[in-house]
Design a protein. Structure first.
Length: 405
């Protein structure tokens, strides 16, 4: 049994690594082509059908690139398709979802205090949210086609805010953020698989048949590509957030997720504007910085709103703190069944991440992690399986902040 646990842990690591590799490949090519497209310049005597060109230097040589807005007059002999990066990123991401969140649904996906459902039902809800997210997005794009792109993006943002709020009422905070990222990433990958590549294949088929391609297919693909460009950075934040409980494990986590989408748009707007040689909107960084400060405040503001008593000043070290005896009892009772030399929790055979909390020295050594994951947020215990109370969490906060004074 232990060998299987070790294998599964390495499987999760390997799939996560693959997901990062494929995501780098996809994001890298996506960002490159957006920058290339925005930097194109028109000049006299371009080949017939060419929209613009750009000269680039890299790797000791020069590149002369020309873009045909619809298609060239004849089918090129060599044509490179950029699609497998997207497909591999989604497939590896879904595999990681299965390995971590579906196989460990009782800890990472389902929180009985949020929605008390069985593991199969929780997984079914997860799959449904991902699928319905794409269907609804695709329908909106088709309804808004040829109308206001800005209006569509504003409406889509409102939908994403609603989804963020709704997910926090279905799953654990960690899983809610992960699913918001999965829904968005599915939209991006499905844009490539269901719209962009099929439209490009239609154009290629027309060229082979000697027909003049319809420009509408390029316009549709361009719309979806633009959406992918602006969604990339928020997805990266959401996928990384599972390591930062102050993002996903607090009361206003859905608001934090909503603001992250705005920050991502602001940063992409800066780079897109520069690539298009239309200015240097440095104000976007100031706005993004202000929103990030708001996010930091939101991660702790519930402590202010609930009117909890301020931490009293006493002690200089964690072990000699006046709160330590109670902290030790809480950690041993709520955390040490997993975080121990010999874990007693069923299915746990070694302390997660090697964190040992079954001794005074271990508790003191991990005071900051205890404070962040179980005090300031509800990330630990996972799904609150040991029923840690709000009073105990407040005591952990008081202990850490008292010792830091």
């Amino acid at each position: 049994m232990l060998d299987f646990v070790i294998f599964w842990d390495w499987l999760a690591f390997g799939v996560r690594w693959l997901h990062v590799i494929t995501a780098i490949a996809w994001i890298g090519s996506s960002f490159y082509f957006v920058a290339l497209d925005l930097g194109l310049r028109q000049r006299p005597n371009l080949p017939a059908g060419a929209f613009g060109e750009e000269w680039q230097v890299h790797g000791g040589g020069f590149y002369h690139i020309q873009k045909y807005l619809v298609a060239p007059a004849e089918m090129p002999e060599h044509l490179t398709w950029f699609k497998w990066e997207s497909y591999a990123t989604w497939l590896s991401g879904f595999a990681l979802l299965c390995v971590v969140y579906y196989a460990g649904a009782d800890l990472f996906l389902i929180d009985p205090n949020v929605l008390d459902v069985s593991v199969p039902v929780g997984i079914a809800i997860s799959l449904a949210t991902i699928g319905v997210g794409w269907v609804f997005y695709d329908l909106l794009c088709k309804l808004f086609l040829g109308k206001s792109d800005t209006g569509l993006m504003l409406f889509l943002y409102c939908v994403l805010v609603f989804i963020a709020w709704g997910l926090t009422h279905l799953f654990t905070g960690r899983a809610a953020f992960l699913h918001l990222g999965a829904i968005t990433a599915t939209i991006m990958s499905a844009n490539v698989f269901m719209v962009i590549i099929p439209n490009q294949k239609i154009v290629v088929a027309d060229l082979i048949a000697g027909r003049k391609p319809d420009p509408k297919y390029g316009k549709i693909a361009k719309q979806r590509s633009l959406h992918n460009n602006y969604l990339t950075l928020p997805v990266l934040f959401l996928m990384l957030s599972n390591h930062y409980p102050l993002a996903f494990g607090t009361e206003f986590n859905w608001v934090i997720a909503s603001l992250v989408f705005i920050i991502g748009v602001l940063i992409r707007h800066f780079f897109n504007t520069q690539h298009a040689r239309k200015g240097n909107p440095t104000w976007t960084w100031l706005a993004a910085g202000i929103l990030f400060i708001v996010i930091i405040w939101l991660s702790t503001v519930p402590k202010v709103l609930t009117g909890e008593a301020k931490v009293s000043a006493a002690g200089e070290q964690y072990v000699v703190s006046t709160h330590f005896p109670a902290v030790r009892d809480t950690v041993l009772g709520r955390c040490a069944m997993c975080h121990a030399t010999e874990p007693s929790y069923e299915g746990i055979y070694h302390a997660p991440k090697g964190v040992m909390l079954d001794t005074d020295a271990g508790i003191a050594a991990h005071a900051k992690e205890i404070y962040l994951q179980a005090g300031r947020s509800h990330a630990m215990p996972p799904a609150n399986v040991t029923q840690m109370t709000d009073k105990e969490r407040a005591m952990l906060v008081a202990w850490f902040e008292e010792a830091k004074k």
